[in-house]
Ligand binder design. Structure first.
Ligand SMILES: Cc1cc2nc3c(=O)[nH]c(=O)nc-3n(C[C@H](O)[C@H](O)[C@H](O)COP(=O)(O)OP(=O)(O)OC[C@H]3O[C@@H](n4cnc5c(N)ncnc54)[C@H](O)[C@@H]3O)c2cc1C
Length: 363
């Protein structure tokens, strides 16, 4: 049996592809929670533009439609020799092939104090808790520290919070955007940075003159070595791999699972895909839903080839330009290799259609 761990885009799309290509194959999807969280929409949750329930797609109807077994539990150990996974509730499940699609975790210890005093809204639980605190406390000043491994969503969380202050009943709330690791300009370059700052200001956010988040305390963030009072601090996003008890030689220095150009790990029959996987640099892309959807057919055919004892096909090096879009409070900035190629509301329409089509396809 193929066991897939993780019911996000990577695990779900792999299960659907494999069952569609080979309906005779037994597939079990083990995931912590009954739904896929449509993470790109988490940016709306703290700003009250969407309720958390609206960003969740229940998995049970998809399991019934595509004929895979769905197990709502957390894998907390993997016995590589015996080829079995151990679940938090005590069950043990044997696999012939294993696909790890556990996503990325927030690296809560990268900034001192952040683990106790900050929210990491890229994680579904934290997005929900952050939303509750925004509504309950009606904070006067929120710090959104942006940078590290997932920059775009940080700009989006900040932009939407600032734009919706009035609707949240907190017209005076100040949303201060901090360049968390001090590397935003190095990453985006001058032209894109100018567009981003202008979109954030237009949304009503404040750009911090100090950069680099050094520490978070109960009532402040230490930015550029200076103590600054904040009611809430959100950090977006230093990431690390999810710990499922794999030996360190299978992991990179941030705990992501090393794979080769075919998505295969160093252990026979074990693959990793999606945010969880660390691909070789010549074929690596950003950790995005879009790249998962582009590459899932390739992954599925390799998993099936492994089951059939056939050779795996490597990915070709990526030559296409890198496109990304930040939706800053309803004003989009469209980038190609960090050059601004579009701005305004129009790019949002295409994005809206993409999101709607995914929900229609999987709901
Ligand atoms: C705020 C935000 C905005 C984003 N915006 C975009 C965007 O606009 N465009 C884009 O292309 N991408 C975007 N992304 C990135 C995209 O959402 C991710 O690349 C994608 O969700 C990764 O899918 P995944 O399945 O690998 O991981 P995840 O979506 O994280 O899913 C992992 C799943 O594994 C489960 N799991 C983890 N550990 C275990 C375990 N031990 N046992 C069982 N289950 C486990 C989790 O509960 C989860 O269901 C955004 C991400 C965020 C956070």
């Amino acid at each position: 049996m193929l066991v897939i761990v993780g019911g996000g885009f990577a695990g779900l799309e792999a299960a659907v592809q494999i069952r569609t290509l080979r309906p005779s194959r037994e597939v079990a999807l083990i995931t912590a929670g009954p739904s896929l969280v449509y993470k790109p929409w988490l940016i709306y949750v703290p700003a009250g533009r969407r309720r958390f329930a609206e960003v969740c797609i229940p998995l049970a109807p998809l399991a019934a439609r595509y004929g895979f077994q769905l197990i709502d539990d957390r894998v907390d150990q993997i016995d590589l020799d015996a080829r079995r996974v151990g679940l938090a509730k005590g069950r043990v499940i044997d696999y012939s092939q294993l696909l790890l699609a556990t996503g990325a975790d927030a690296d809560r210890n990268r900034i001192p104090g952040a683990d106790q005093h900050a929210f990491f809204p890229c994680q579904p639980d934290d997005a929900e808790k952050f939303a509750v605190e925004v509504h309950r406390r009606m904070p006067k000043r929120i710090c959104v520290a942006v940078g590290w491994d997932r920059r775009g969503p940080g700009l989006e969380f900040a932009g939407w919070l600032a734009t919706r202050r009035k609707r949240l009943g907190a017209a005076d709330m100040e949303v201060v955007v901090v360049d968390g690791d001090g590397l935003l300009a190095d990453h985006y370059g001058a032209e894109a940075m100018a567009a981003i700052r202008s979109a954030l200001m237009r949304a009503g956010a404040t750009w911090s003159t100090e950069s680099v988040l050094n520490e978070v305390t109960a009532s402040a963030a230490v930015v550029g070595g200076k103590d600054t009072a904040f009611d809430l601090v959100a950090i977006v996003a230093p990431l690390c791999g999810v710990n499922v008890g794999l030996p360190v030689d299978m992991l990179d220095d941030r705990g992501f699972i090393r794979v080769d150009e075919s998505f295969a790990t160093t252990r026979p029959g074990i693959f990793a895909f999606g945010d969880a996987a660390a691909l070789p640099s010549k074929v690596a892309t950003g950790k995005t839903m879009v790249s998962i959807r582009q590459r899932v057919a390739h992954l599925a055919s390799n998993v099936l080839a492994d089951m059939d004892g056939e050779p795996l096909k490597p990915l070709e090096p990526t030559v296409a330009p890198h496109r990304s879009m930040a939706n800053i409070g309803g004003h989009a900035i469209l980038l190609r290799d960090n050059r601004v190629i579009g701005q305004g509301r129009m790019p949002l329409l295409r994005r809206w259609l993409y999101d709607q089509s995914y929900f229609r396809l999987r709901s």
